[in-house]
Design a protein around this ligand. Sequence first.
Ligand code: FAD
Ligand code: SF4
Ligand code: SF4
Length: 656
Amino acid sequence: MMGNGKKKKIGIFVCHCGVNIASVVDVERVAKELDGYTDVELSTDYVYMCSEPGQKMILEQIQERGLDGVIIAACSPTLHEKTFQNVAELAGLNPYMVEIANIREQNSWVHTDKEKATDKAVKIVKSMVEKLRGNEHLEPIKVGITRRAMVVGGGVAGLQAALDIADHGYEVVLVEKEPSIGGHMVQLSETFPTLDCSQCIMTPKMVEVSRHPNIKVLTYHEVESISGFVGNFKVRIKKKPKFVDEDLCKLCGDCADVCPQVVPDEFNMGLSFRKAIYLPFPQAIPGAYTLDIDSCLGLLPVRCGKCKDVCDARAIDYDMKEEIIEEEVGAVVLATGYDLYSMQALGEFGGERYEDVINGLEFERILSASGPTGGEVRRPSDGKIPKNIVFIQCCGSRDPELHNSYCSKICCMYTAKHAMLYKHRVHDGNATVFYIDVRAGGKAFDEFYQRTVDEDDVLYMRGKVSKVYKEGDILKVRGVDTLTGKLVEMEADMVVLAMSMVHADGSGELMKKLKVGTDKDGWLAEAHPKLRPVESLNAGFFLAGCAHGPKDIPDTVAQASAAAAKVGDLFARHELLHEPTIVPVIEELCSGCGICISMCPYGARSLDLTKHVVKVNEVLCEGCGACAAACPCGAAQQKNQTDEQIFSMVKAILKG
Ligand code: FAD
Ligand code: SF4
Ligand code: SF4
């Protein structure tokens, strides 16, 4: 007999999960077959164990029968383990005497043969009985909280999250990799569905962030590494040298005037040029120039040095070096946003070949009053006003064979906006939109799209474009009108591609460093799509905006506020409770070989040099079990998951 050697009284509660489990697993048979199994005091089933009557039944049975362990045979523990642990606690039972037998995700959802699935469910539950017999009562490990947050990404999502957290009274460190905060929203012209000016909403928010006493803005910084755990992270942040002292720079622009190096301007999507020393855009925050070392002729005065010579404010410092700074925070909001899929990937549309085939963000800059054409619609090649313009939707989206399988969600709407704004500015112009179907599922979105068709006379052509090519000076768009089945070919002065949204460049590497999960497309993965949509499975990390998937501004802002509320919720706690199912070291068995130290992905293990055995930082240990599997001496035994328990579980499964 395992555990403390005493006979246990175990209750088994088998859930139907409506028809989710019951249609494939004969739940009554499972309950019946477990009745009378070693230490089982009660075995029963119910249609929804997680509902109020289900929870009440468990609570009453624990109290009436004096159960000292329960097994819930139901869905994955990630969904309701906490719910059932709470029920046990209410009934006076130690929550670590609750085990979940997953007979949904690991059984009914992946099998069809009822007989075999039921046999498997019986084995799963029996194995959990064996585990539970060896469980000991555990108490969560109590940890203090650093009530300070880090927000990564200074787009509208990051700014909103930072402001909300700061308004709750907590300090925020905002890390942005570019020289200015603002993200993509400051590049937009007017925004659907209200057509209000993007900059007029965004720039005051940027100012508010920069002036907020609780927010420390770190632009041109990147997260290098993070250690610690929820409530107590230590972050190493790389400060890239701007070579200009932000506090001394007077924004006179004399440096840029004399700088001989001219490169494409990222803010205007390469449709205009900037100097090697530059201000990203006039409303940039912080308001200071940045010397882009990759474009500079070289910092030695013999090579150039013109900007430093001319700067009266003595703001330019060629000796600035990259630095690493450290910050301590209790929670992290990830708001790294999106980029656009490369036009090069769709070579048939000529995006990188023809100057007048551009993407949506380039068109935003053309439409913007602060853009390279002052808001007049002019084509990049010769500055002429395009009289025929073609918009192509779903470029690289909804194409599982060749590109991205997902819908980028916002391109139907911004294409409608683009076509509408074009018609507002070029009254005698013709706008045609090629679409697969129009998805306008937001508040006032469909009405906005209808206005484009009815009032602005935009031609919507249901079809797929196969090719954009050039005949002489004229662009030609060839495709199929899928409603009539006819081939269409039309001339265009300019083509705008609604490129798929993709996760921000470099976010994959960052998430690996932070050990934050992503989905198959690289977007941040939420802990649960319905119940925990703004949390990562890695505790203490919260998701906001397009880093999590394509979103418009209202959804981005709503999610950012939700993430901030979650941070506030965390910080409002007195202390944090860390799972006690860690892997301690049995010192008498430990040979000090150190194998487990290299296996631990959380850096929780180190060598005690005086005792020459391994010691464990309990709050860093996430209980993943990597060390327990690797230890050749059996000295690393996970709490409530010992070798003895695992062997007895395997035996129960093999016996059936
Ligand atoms: P972003 O704006 O992408 O901001 C992310 C920020 O994180 C950036 O500043 C980036 O530099 C920074 N970052 C990235 N990686 C790191 C890192 N590793 N470390 C530090 N910082 C990092 N929505 C509407 O509602 N209405 C519209 O009219 C509209 N028009 C659009 C038109 C086009 C052509 C496109 C492409 C989108 C449009 N959108 C519109 C959508 C809108 O742009 C997004 O909803 C919004 O910008 C998302 O904000 P965000 O903060 O999540 O991401
Ligand atoms: Fe700033 Fe000096 Fe350049 Fe003027 S010359 S913008 S003060 S760095
Ligand atoms: Fe000790 Fe085992 Fe780690 Fe080796 S692997 S140091 S024996 S706990």
